[in-house]
Design a protein around this ligand. Sequence first.
Ligand code: PYC
Length: 313
Amino acid sequence: MRVIDSHTGGQPTRVIIEGGPDLGRGPLWERRRIFAERFDAYRRRCVLEPKCSDAMVGALLCEPDDPEAAAAVIFFNTSGYLGMCGHGTIGLGVTLAWLGLMKPGAHVLETPVGAVALDLLDANTVRFENIPSDCLALDVALEVPDLGRVIGDIAWGGNWFFLVDAAQLGEDGLDPARIDILARKSWAIRRALAEQGFTGRDGAEIDHIEITTARAGSGANSRNFVLCPGGAYDRSPCGTGTSAKLACLAARGQLAPGQDWVQESVIGSRFQARYRPGASGIIPSITGRAHVFADAHILSDPADPFGLGIPAL
Ligand code: PYC
């Protein structure tokens, strides 16, 4: 498999551009199912250790269904498949530009959860309009072992998020030196959500936990820590997480359409964001920068006992 690696605000994306599975044609959500059921070895070879790090998000470049679309993509990570990925969309746009396959300007990108408008602003900068995002429930009370009662919001931004104010967890500054502790607290929240029956729409698992604080660096509105489904934390401000945050701010009347919002990650990287009203939720617009750092081939050695990755221990 030929892959191009990039990072968006510190969070890596690995795009498979050659040698990936042939999923046929048809709706992308159906092709994602085929990928998961029949070709999961490709995901494992691409993102699991020892060939990769647990932070990596993979992106399989596919033929779009819509002839007007520039590309189609299925995102995946160490634990499975994603609906949408914001930092990955920025990484993909910059990767396609680096390959000479995308020119600056407006494009459509197909994802399993809907079409995304992608604007390549320059070789390293992408703005995208995410799928409609909304807040399903505000101020949900959860009992979390060792943390007590935690109140948070459930929101959709292309993935399902539970958003918690950091002060409730005694983590007001979201200090990067406390990333391990933030991850442990987020895992406890995620387990409690599942055990207490809290889900997204249609019983979907809430598999991203987002802790946010208004105490960000100067020029930013908020800092976040996002726990991803496989247990890694997002080094970027998380595009789908920023979309979920905007949906909650809009639901509370705390951010008006068109108003700028700067979201900072726990390591200090930033996305510019804003939203416009849509028919079924808000339409977030997110701008971020990515850098390509590797053009590589993933080799497959049948004698390698860890060729399909180190299984979860
Ligand atoms: O940027 O949307 C995102 C994302 C999801 C998981 C990791 N990054």
